[in-house]
Design a protein around this ligand. Structure first.
Ligand SMILES: C[S@@+](CC[C@H](N)C(=O)[O-])C[C@H]1O[C@@H](n2cnc3c(N)ncnc32)[C@H](O)[C@@H]1O
Length: 224
């Protein structure tokens, strides 16, 4: 199935509200668990960068799992960051997590993100939004130290439109229409693992591994 791009930023307040209200505990806890599996025995103590942090649910889960770290989340959507700031206050994590509005692109001048370079960079579900996927991989080079720990997770594009509809029914069947629409669009906009592997070769990041971890997710992990 051909890829169908979707808008980059999720900057409609209703869309951000619906996304922030959704229960992503299963994939987001899995993300944190996968970090532990990719980097066993690592106690993350310094600042961690979360690219495309959205409403900061992963930033919060990561911060709770690694009590000695702080997290800097960046996203281009003001609506998402507003949702995120509310979550930080509700969870008592405003002292350890800071959120910044940053539009990630090849044209955005340095310093691209505050506090760079980082020793740990995490990123969930940003890649499929990017008009140019190479922006993610070149961003890693701009914001991370050599040897930095990297964990990126994203959706993988199903083989057929029918399979995309099945996944929406299975994982978002009970969700509001706006979420079902966005999940469907995201599946169509996602990359196949073999496409991501080629992106990594082009970016000179062949040391990072691509691994399918569920019926709809892959991860890219390793050290820069
Ligand atoms: C599907 S959400 C994922 C949010 C969060 N990482 C999570 O897993 O819940 C994708 C996020 O990437 C942001 N985004 C997309 N393109 C971006 C860009 N070029 N620069 C900064 N943020 C971007 C969107 O605004 C949105 O908040």
């Amino acid at each position: 199935m051909e890829r169908v791009p979707e808008p980059e930023l999720m900057d409609d307040p209703a869309q951000a509200r619906a996304y922030a209200a959704a229960d992503f505990s299963e994939p987001h806890d899995r993300f944190v668990q996968l970090f532990g599996e990719c980097f066993p025995g690592v106690a993350v103590g310094g600042p961690v960068l979360d690219l495309g942090c959205g409403p900061a649910d992963i930033a919060c889960r990561f911060a709770r799992a690694h009590p000695a770290c702080t997290v800097v989340g960046v996203d281009g959507s003001a609506a998402m960051l507003e949702e995120g700031r509310r979550l930080l206050v509700r969870q008592g994590l405003a002292g350890r997590i800071t959120l910044h509005r940053v539009y990630l692109s090849a044209e955005t001048p340095d310093p691209l993100v505050p506090g760079a370079p980082y020793e740990t960079v995490i990123c969930n579900s940003l890649l499929h939004h990017l008009a140019d996927p190479m922006v993610l991989w070149t961003t890693l080079r701009r914001v991370a130290v050599p040897g930095a720990r990297i964990l990126v997770m994203d959706l993988l594009r199903p083989a057929t439109p029918a399979r995309a509809r099945e996944l929406v029914a299975a994982y978002a069947g009970e969700e509001p229409e706006i979420l079902r629409r966005d999940f469907h669009r995201s599946l169509l906009a996602a990359y196949r693992p073999e496409e991501v592997w080629l992106q990594l070769q082009e970016a000179g990041l062949s040391q990072l591994a691509v691994q399918v971890v569920s019926d709809r997710h892959f991860i890219v992990h390793g050290q820069l």
